[in-house]
Design a protein around this ligand. Structure first.
Ligand code: ZN
Ligand code: ZN
Length: 462
C-alpha cells in the first residue's frame, strides 16, 4: 500500500494522507493549516500525481475541524469525481463550517485584513454537498474501484460531535489486511460526549495521532481535578469583581465548556446570575449538537447546549467593553486567540488589569497568541504581544491553563497501541518531539512493532 502524507509532519497543521490500495486512491482527511491563509494553508495535493497514476476516488472526512476539512474544496477542484464519506453529524457540521469559512475569507479579503483571495465560495460548498455520502457508526460500506472488496467502517472517536476513526479491510497480494486511522481521538469521556470506541484488533497498520505526545502534564491531571480547579479559579476571579475570558474552538471545546459552566451553576458553585456570554458560529454549532443529541453518542441525551443560560456578546465596542467591566464569563473564539478574532480583542482589553483573568482550555500552538501568553506567564515576563498592530502590552491579568483536551493523553495512546496490537504504527498529527516520545514509548513496550515516521511529500510503501 502506498502512503503519502500531504500536510506538514513537523507540527499540527493540515491533516491529509493519501493511500493507494490496489487501484483505489483514498484520502484520509482533507485538512488545511488553521495558522495560515490562502493557498499556503493547503496540503500539497499535486504531489499525489507524482507517485500515483490513478484518481483520488474517495475521501474520508473524520470530523469538521479546519485542520481535517479545510482543503476539501481544493480536493474537489482537483478530483471532481471524488466521493466524500463522513458521518451524518459531520455532514451537518461540514456544511456550516465550510460556508462560515467562505464568508470569513471573503470578508477578510474585502476588509484588507487578509491579502489572500478566498479559496472557495458558498456556491462551491453547495456543489460539493452532492459528493457527500453519510454513514452511521458501525455500518460497513465498500469503496473499492474493482472486484476486490475494500470495506470501510466509521468508529466513534470521542473527540467532538460526529468525529470518527476509519477502519479499512482489504486484500493485498492475497493477504487480508486491516488499517485503522484514529484521526483525533479521546479514549475518555468529556462533559457532553463519551470516550471513543475502537475495532477489536489486531489490526495490521495503525495510523495514530500524537497531539499530546510531548505533554507530560496532560497525563498527570485527571479531568475531575481540572474541573474542580477550573471552578475554584472562576469563583476567585468573579468574587473580586473580575471577568473571565475563556477562548475556545467554536466546534467542540465551546459546547463542552458551556456544559461544564451549566453544571457549576446547577451545583451551586457559581451564582446562577453570573452572565455567560457566547458569540458567532459556536451558537449555530450548539444547535447542531442539540439536534443530534438522540442520534449521536452522548453521556446524557437530555442535555441541551441551548438549555444553558447564555447571552449574546453585545454588538458595539462600547457595549462589549461595558460587559467586560463587570463580573461575567466570556466563552468566545478563537481558541488560540489569533489576531482579528473576538478572543484576541477581548484579551487586549483585559490583559492590563489584575482583576480579570484569561483561562485557556484547549491546545495552543507555541507561535499563536495563546501560546505566547502561556510562555510569557511561564517565564514570568511582564509584557505580551497579542496583536502586532497594537504592539506589546503589560501583562497583569491572571492567566491559567486547564486541561480539557479533546485528545487522549500520550499514555492512553500507548495503551491503545497495546489494545489494537498492530504490526506497524504510523505516527502523525504531532510536533516532532511528540512523535519521538510516542515512538520511543511504543518501542519500549512492543519491540516487534514497526514504527513509521512519515515526512510530508515522501511516499512510503507500508
Ligand atoms: Zn480535531
Ligand atoms: Zn486535528
Amino acid at each position: 500500500m502506498l502512503f503519502l502524507t500531504l500536510g506538514s509532519t513537523e507540527e499540527i497543521a493540515a491533516s491529509c494522507h493519501f493511500l493507494g490500495i490496489g487501484e483505489t486512491g483514498i484520502l484520509l482527511d482533507t485538512g488545511a493549516d488553521p495558522n495560515l491563509e490562502g493557498r499556503k494553508s493547503l496540503p500539497d495535493i499535486k504531489s499525489i500525481a507524482g507517485v500515483w497514476d490513478g484518481e483520488v476516488d474517495h475521501a474520508f472526512i473524520t470530523h469538521a475541524h479546519q485542520d481535517h476539512i479545510g482543503a476539501l474544496l481544493d480536493i474537489v477542484d482537483n478530483y471532481p469525481h471524488v466521493s466524500i464519506h463522513l458521518t451524518p453529524a459531520t455532514h451537518d457540521l461540514a456544511d456550516f463550517v465550510l460556508r462560515a469559512s467562505a464568508r470569513l475569507q471573503r470578508r477578510k479579503y474585502r476588509e484588507g485584513s487578509s491579502l489572500q483571495p478566498p479559496l472557495f465560495s458558498e456556491k462551491d460548498v453547495e456543489f460539493a454537498r452532492y459528493l457527500f455520502t453519510s454513514h452511521d457508526y458501525g455500518k460497513v460500506f465498500n469503496v473499492s474501484t474493482n472486484e476486490h472488496p475494500l470495506i470501510a467502517r466509521f468508529y466513534w472517536s470521542g473527540h467532538i460531535l460526529g468525529s470518527a476513526g476509519v477502519h479499512l479491510t482489504f486484500d493485498e497480494d492475497g493477504h487480508k489486511r486491516q488499517l485503522f486511522y484514529t484521526s483525533d481521538t479521546n479514549l475518555r469521556p468529556q462533559t457532553i460526549i463519551p470516550g471513543g470506541e475502537y475495532p477489536e484488533g489486531p489490526v495490521d497498520i495503525l495510523v495514530l495521532e500524537t497531539t499530546l505526545g510531548a505533554d507530560p502534564d496532560a497525563e498527570l491531571s485527571t479531568r475531575r481535578a481540572e474541573e474542580r480547579r477550573f471552578c475554584n479559579k472562576l469563583k476567585e476571579v468573579l468574587a473580586r469583581g473580575g471577568t473571565v475570558l475563556v477562548p475556545v474552538f467554536m466546534l467542540g471545546r465551546a459546547q463542552e465548556i458551556l456544559a461544564l459552566l451549566d453544571r457549576f451553576k446547577r451545583q451551586g458553585h457559581i451564582d446562577p446570575s453570573v452572565p455567560v456570554y457566547t458569540a458567532g458560529g459556536m451558537r449555530e454549532i450548539s444547535k447542531i449538537y442539540d439536534d443530534t443529541r438522540h442520534t449521536t453518542p452522548r453521556l446524557s441525551a437530555d442535555f441541551e447546549v441551548y438549555g444553558v443560560d447564555q447571552l449574546r456578546v453585545p454588538k458595539g465596542t462600547a457595549a462589549k467593553r461595558q460587559a467586560l467591566g463587570k463580573p461575567g464569563i466570556h466563552v468566545v473564539t478563537s481558541g488560540m486567540m489569533f489576531e482579528h478574532t473576538l478572543s484576541n480583542w477581548m484579551a487586549q482589553q483585559i490583559v492590563e488589569s489584575d482583576t480579570h483573568a484569561i483561562f485557556l482550555v484547549g491546545f495552543a500552538k507555541e507561535d499563536s497568541p495563546a501560546g505566547r501568553l502561556l510562555e510569557a506567564v511561564e517565564n514570568g515576563e511582564d509584557g505580551i504581544l497579542l496583536d502586532r498592530h497594537v504592539g506589546p502590552q503589560p501583562l497583569k491579568c491572571d492567566v491559567e491553563r486547564f486541561r480539557f483536551s479533546g485528545h487522549s493523553h500520550r499514555r492512553d495512546l500507548v495503551d491503545l497501541v497495546s489494545r489494537l496490537a498492530p504490526k506497524k504504527v504510523v505516527l502523525i498529527h504531532g510536533e516532532t518531539e511528540a512523535r519521538q516520545w510516542m515512538a520511543k514509548n511504543i518501542r519500549s513496550r512492543h519491540n516487534n512493532v514497526e514504527i513509521v515516521l512519515p515526512t510530508a511529500g515522501v511516499p512510503l510503501e507500508i
